[in-house]
Design a protein around this ligand. Structure first.
Ligand SMILES: Cc1ncc(COP(=O)(O)O)c(C=O)c1O
Length: 456
């Protein structure tokens, strides 16, 4: 066991100020964190500033960042176009509690980019966006059930938690009423037959919501023909199809997965990149559905309007940041550059795994990176690895201690990955940064081997 602690010892040696802050944080913050995915033992790093593809901690360590602001920073940290827009907006005040001109330009920019966006309603997060999609779908159809897909993440609200990482049997997650959880119809496999029978068995489905690349930004990928079948079945059964493009929007292509595949949902949830790295989100979609939020339309049809407030909806600073980021994405090859960086990284990692005899695989679509840690030691991991053929449970399985030590070793060597494990690249992860990342991975895997955490 002594060898096992060497990675951790090195991590502690390099992050003394972070350790002190973590000891203080625990008094005020449950587990010392504000987001579950930032929880890692012995403690997470405390970051002070970030620029381009890197962030810097309180001990002055530099990390190449693959967390990417939880996916919101396709242009990297502190992009000049976004920074200037934020600075100019801040100088005018932060909240007018009134309409402001930039919200119109922001909405127009979204409509120009996202195929399903006939109208736009701003919210403050992805969780709020997906919740509003369900509200609109339930109001439009008069039905209450929601077709969801095992492991797909749509936020942390009551309707969405069971069947994401647990409670796959439909039981309620702790704190969620059983009758709310009972409204979920959960599709477990990626088989079209299961999808067809779920829809046939439940005539009271209001909405079908999914991550259109597959669970966790394509960690459990689905085929485009699956999306096409879902589009067809939902249309034929009067179900509102919702794409959760909170991560994939403005990343997979400037118009998200829907522009890349040509499959258009009825409603789309957007957040993260849409607000340029600041808090914000949007629900976009068909005019007749969005008109459920419209005073005039409700009066004309004699129906109850859906109430919607939200103190920070479309706040001017997020609007300015979002507009600047989206304009930049629409007029440059930012999505293509981020995708290219991820492709080079995935290829380099697979070569590295092969040369070191580590039976893992790097995969993913667009600018996403996923590491398959091969829990059942499949011989095919390197040769012809196809995540479409591997069960979701296995793609999701992460040996916790190996993952923890991998992340600590990478931090020691100057790379911060997400706990998927993997992350996202940005348009400013250039060739030199990817080379540096691969060198850090090599050192980290050597450390894991030296400590007998992995063989090979
Ligand atoms: C696909 C997806 N949907 C919804 C959400 C929730 O967004 P937020 O964290 O802004 O509430 C996330 C967040 O990671 C996400 O990845």
């Amino acid at each position: 066991m002594a060898a096992l602690t060497r990675i951790e010892e090195e991590f502690r040696r390099k992050t003394r100020r972070s350790a002190e802050l973590a000891r203080t944080a625990i008094d005020s913050l449950p587990s010392g964190v504000v987001h579950d995915s930032r929880y890692i033992l012995p403690y997470g790093i405390y970051v002070e500033r970030a620029a381009g593809p890197c962030k810097f901690d309180v001990d002055d360590n530099r990390y190449i960042d693959y967390f990417g602001g939880h996916g919101s920073l396709i242009l990297g940290h502190d992009h000049p176009a976004v920074r200037q827009a934020i600075a100019a907006s801040l100088a005018n005040g932060t909240h007018f509690a009134a309409n402001h001109p930039v919200e119109i330009s922001w909405a127009e920019q979204i409509r120009a980019m996202i195929p399903s966006a006939e109208k736009v309603r701003f919210v403050s997060s992805g969780t709020e966006a997906t919740q509003m999609c369900l509200r609109l779908a339930r109001a439009a159809t008069g039905r209450k059930k929601v077709l969801r897909f095992a492991y797909h993440y749509h936020g942390w609200q009551d309707d969405m938690v069971s069947g994401y990482s647990s409670h796959f049997d439909g039981s309620p997650a702790r704190g969620v009423p059983a009758d709310v959880a009972a409204n979920t119809v959960l599709v477990r496999s990626r088989d079209i037959a299961e999808l067809q029978s779920a829809i046939a068995a439940h005539p009271d489905i209001a909405a079908a919501i999914l991550e259109p690349l597959g669970a966790s930004t394509g960690m459990v990928p689905i085929r485009t023909d699956y999306l096409a079948v879902l589009r067809d079945l939902t249309t034929r059964n009067g179900i509102v199809l919702v794409f959760d493009e909170v991560i994939t929007g403005f990343r997979v292509s400037p118009g998200g997965v829907q522009a890349a595949t040509g499959i258009t949902p009825d409603l789309t949830a957007l957040a993260k990149i849409v607000a340029g790295g600041l808090p914000g989100g949007a629900v976009v979609g068909r005019s007749d559905l969005m008109d459920l939020l419209d005073f005039g339309a409700a009066a004309r049809s004699g129906t109850e309007k859906i109430t919607h407030f939200g103190t920070y909806n479309g706040n001017p600073v997020s609007a300015a940041a979002g507009l600047a980021a989206l304009r930049y994405i629409a007029t440059t090859d930012a999505c293509g550059q981020a995708t290219l960086a991820a492709e080079i990284l995935r290829r380099g990692l697979n070569e590295l795994f092969e040369s070191l005899g580590v039976p893992w695989a790097a995969y993913g679509q667009s600018s996403a990176l996923h590491i398959f840690m091969n829990p059942s030691r499949r011989p095919c991991a390197l040769d012809g690895f196809d995540p479409l053929l591997i069960p979701a449970e296995e793609l999701k399985a992460r040996p916790p201690e190996t993952l923890r030590l991998l992340r600590l070793a990478l931090l020691v060597n100057g790379v911060d990955i997400s706990g998927w494990p993997g992350g996202v690249t940005s348009a400013v992860h250039d060739a030199a940064i990817i080379d540096e990342t691969l060198a850090a991975w090599r050192k980290s895997l050597d450390m894991l081997k030296a400590d007998h955490v992995i063989q090979g």
